[in-house]
Design a protein around this ligand. Sequence first.
Ligand code: ARG
Length: 405
Amino acid sequence: MAYSGGLDTSVILKLMQEKLGAEVITVTVDVGQKDDFKAVEEKAYKFGAVEHHTIDAKEEFADKYVSQAIKANGLYEKFYPLATALARPLIVEKLVDVAKKEGASVIAHGCTGKGNDQVRFNLGIKALAPEIEIIQPVMEWELSRDWEMSYAKKHGIPVSEKIYSIDENIWGRSIEGGILEDPFAEPPEDIFEWTVSPLQAPDEPEYVTIEFHEGVPVALNGEPMKLLDLVVKLNEIAGKHGVGRIDHIEDRTVGIKSREIYEAPAASVLIKAHYDLEKLVLTKWLLEFKELVDSKWSWLVYSGLWYEPLREALDSFINEAERAVNGTVKVKLWKGNATVVGRESGNALYSKEIATYEKFSTFEQKLAKGFMELFGMQSVAAYNVRARTLPESDSAKDVAVAIKG
Ligand code: ARG
């Protein structure tokens, strides 16, 4: 059973024993959530787990998943850096590993029937271990929060009276529920833990430089470091400047529109910096096409289709494109904003000699005349043809106005 020690998983740990007579092995995967894993383990044993596994997967998460999300500028519906969605396939992999090693016949998890995580868990488990049965007690047994709270009290399971549903990993923190379910209500300050209010942020801006190798950050402020360390450090630096708060209306896979709040300081900075560098080094055609690939990739990851072959095929495209994405980006952090203020690369397609407005330029301006003539030929001709042939078209109206005038 996937176990976090929260209300849902604590209750179903007990219920699995009570209702099904199950021997439950609990698994907690550390992807950077700020939990006391020792306490989680103790809680699992206290409430009847026959065995507990805590698996530190932070580095693997950074190197295999976060790195690819950066290369793909991974954002769902343009805003959500996919933190929760991205970690699910790795959690599933670890869960299935334990299940296979221990010879478990069932995998249980605490997802409701209303979210995306159930899709991610179930499709992942089915792909990796089709022989294992999945039990989803919160959905199947229709457990409500109120019922769970009273059941927990009855069985002496300690639970916090938290209003919000929170999920965390190094790539971001998501907050749902309570007052946030009113999409017109401004998020209260007390939901934020990784970012300060821009009002409390330092008055002086802070600059960071990020060096990329083949699309992946490899150094922060000139200091080479592992991606995991870089992300953790940048969460702290950018969070201190109030960077990375996201307020988002989101389409869940099951069709529900939901209001989501995220804190993702490092993700916000890194995706912005990475995309900026791509614009410096990739051709306009590659950039244009990659945008389609990036958004499809993000959609697949969000939708729980990590194991869909299209995702792997898109990864191949992305990895090929990223070979040229080497260089350094300078970002200014200030009062809730991360602004790219400089970029450089040995692969830059930008050329000052070509772009300059100064007298000496290698760009032959005179060629522009013929270029414009040919480039716009069809569009200009069509506008005039439509004026004659389609009386309701904008072009016909423009011509009528011109004649009257
Ligand atoms: N809406 C996000 C997603 O589907 C985050 C969900 C996080 N889960 C939670 N229980 N807060 O990926």
